[in-house]
Ligand binder design. Structure first.
Ligand SMILES: *Cc1c(COP(=O)(O)O)cnc(C)c1O
Length: 356
């Protein structure tokens, strides 16, 4: 076994909800720890999956994901040959780490952020350099730029960031990119972009066309409600895309995922409804936290990161009442996926009851 994998802290996946409910002796557990879509999935997805021709099950899927490719390219105003599809963004993180990193390299992140960037850097024998966020949990761009020394091969920017929910402007991101050497890859993970106010003005989608070392990543797991289908993609420059296609397993995205993703993409009404309901509920949460003097980060995502003394005890209390939140991301802080209006109101009542 290679040395870099011998002491890994594995990503702890979510337990199946039925298992969790059974363990807790509850009828229902609402998972608000994984940033899933609380409004389900577009009904068009079920229809498309049911309509799929199962006699094709013995055939390999379309390695190009041609129909999906055309639809995404058109929607995002990028060239079809800039797109690389993956088994969720998880697989894309593996693929880019494998492509750009060799042992001894360094990877820079603004911390806290998504743990998988560091995990896959470590597997490749690279070292993670974490630059702390500012007091308001925004990216410290000048410290980040200073950390980009010659051993650094990759810089991750998650926008909006997981777990803080903070949003950086396209102006700041582009100014940062201009300070990074052209051999260093800057990866912008836009898993939560759809939820950001003014998302169209914030996306870095057009930057790979302008800077060959920039990559922009999207997933269908969150706003599109397709977490179970494992579907994501990245936009590369034309310089990088052919290599990425060569690294990608040819049949990584199965036909059902391609069909489901295309149906989800074509139902923008579902996405808009999700984003709108999330924005309304997010504002209510911020009011709740303000009213109760609970510190939180300004969020442009479908989750909120907030501070609570002995946060793990509050999380245990909420779990015993059927609500799972994400712990362990920063001492005394919890990440809450914004749920339905009914569940949010119930959790707020539980927090008030817990306090008194
Ligand atoms: C959820 C998430 C992903 C990965 O999602 P997939 O389901 O693998 O597409 C990627 N990046 C961030 C920041 C996430 O929170």
């Amino acid at each position: 076994m290679k040395a870099s994998v011998q002491n890994l802290q594995p990503y702890v996946p979510e337990k199946p909800l039925a298992t969790l409910a059974q363990e807790l002796g509850l009828d229902r557990v609402v998972r608000l720890s994984a940033n899933e879509n609380p409004y389900g999935t577009s009904p068009a997805v079920a229809a498309a999956v049911k309509a799929w021709d199962f006699t094709q099950s013995n055939r390999y899927p379309d390695a190009d994901a041609a129909a999906l490719r055309t639809a995404v390219a058109k929607r995002e105003h990028v060239d079809e040959d800039q797109l690389v599809f993956s088994v969720g963004l998880d697989e894309m993180i593996v693929m880019v780490s494998r492509t750009f990193l060799t042992p001894g390299d360094q990877v820079v992140v603004s911390a806290p952020t998504f743990a998988e960037y560091g995990l896959h850097a470590e597997i490749e024998g690279a070292q993670l350099v974490s630059v702390p966020t500012l007091a308001n949990d925004h990216v410290d761009f000048s410290a980040l730029a200073a950390a980009v020394t010659p051993p650094v091969k990759m810089v991750w920017l998650c926008n909006p960031n997981n777990p803080t929910g903070t949003v950086e402007s396209l102006t700041d991101i582009e100014a940062f990119i201009q300070q990074v050497p052209s051999e260093t890859v800057v990866l912008i993970d836009e898993a939560y972009l759809d939820f950001a106010p003014n998302a169209a003005a914030i996306t870095a989608m057009q930057l790979p066309g302008k800077y060959p070392n920039v990559v922009v990543m999207r997933t269908f797991s969150k706003a599109y409600g397709l977490a179970n289908f494992r579907s994501g993609y990245a936009v590369f420059s034309k310089e990088y895309a052919p290599t990425m296609q060569a690294v990608r397993l040819p049949y990584n995205v199965n036909s059902l995922t391609q069909v489901a993703t295309l149906a989800a993409l074509n139902d923008q009404d579902f996405v808009h409804a999700t984003v709108q309901k999330n924005a309304v509920e997010r504002a209510k949460w911020q009011t709740f936290f303000d009213d109760n003097q609970i510190q939180y980060d300004e969020s442009g995502a479908n989750f909120i990161f907030f501070k609570y003394p002995k946060a793990d005890q509050l999380a245990t209390y909420l779990l015993q009442h059927g609500y799972a939140l994400r712990t362990g991301l920063r001492p005394d802080w919890l990440r809450l996926t914004i749920g339905t209006a009914e569940d949010n109101a119930a959790i707020q009542q539980l927090i008030l009851a817990y306090r008194s």
